[in-house]
Design a protein around this ligand. Sequence first.
Ligand SMILES: Cc1ncc(COP(=O)(O)O)c(C=O)c1O
Length: 304
Amino acid sequence: MDLTFADIKAARTVLADHLPPTPMWSYPLIDRRVKANVLVKHENTQPVGAFKVRGGLNLLAGMAGEKLVTYSTGNHAQSLAYASRVFGADCTVVMPAGTPQVKADLVESWGATAVRTGPSLEAAETYAREFAAMTGARLISPGDTPELLAGVGTLYVEILEARPDLDAIVVPVGSGTGAAAACLVAEELAPNCRVIAVQAEASPAAHDSWRAGTLLKRPNRTTAAGLATGRGYELPQRLMAGRLADFLLVTDEQIAEARRVLATAAHTQAEGAGAAALAAVLAHPDHFAGRSVAVVCTGANTEE
Ligand SMILES: Cc1ncc(COP(=O)(O)O)c(C=O)c1O
């Protein structure tokens, strides 16, 4: 199934009853450092601490009373758990055995069931598939479910309605749902605005898949959980192909520095993935000097 801008507009109507728009501010110390106008979109202020909740609410709005299962290490899990509580669905999340207890606790705090098993996210996915086959629960892919992309796309509508003059939006990528949706929104609302994706050098599967034009598997070693995927996902890659302006890589050290800048200059707690967009701007000031650019602070769920 394909996704269009109309699906994102429809998601906006669904979400209007559940989430206020998030703030977007610029900060003089950041602007001075990169010699650009940088707007930080604060998705870290969402009720689960991350932008993913937009996708979960949009998906679950059509699934009241249903049983679902998914696999995740963090924010996608919390998103579906939160939305399942709002819409009264029965949600099970399979997480790798090594997932910190606090992430399982957060999922269960919204009334969902967290199952921690297996050595990796791939193993959790296999278990979730078996669980779906055994119980009849609907298996939700974190990357290839159109309703999730439509939901997260609403944040880019907010950005570009407020600032249609932007030169660029920088989006952190794990599976690519946010970046793919951003491409569709920019195409419709601000065709001159470049959508630039960012992934961690230590987990480059989405980046390498986009550059190669084919789905690839790659080592997955970043400590930024939201960016940690070992494979390209079909739906986001198909939408990003030919639409994304560029795809940058940042090191985990550059992400750590961007987290410090957000904490001090923008008074903002960001997890690694939430700081990756700013990390890319700090690491490539020549790409952005003199321009207006939005960086999405996608999440705040740290384990510290
Ligand atoms: C905070 C945060 N930022 C960015 C991402 C990447 O999003 P996507 O998988 O849609 O590319 C995630 C994914 O879980 C995340 O949790």
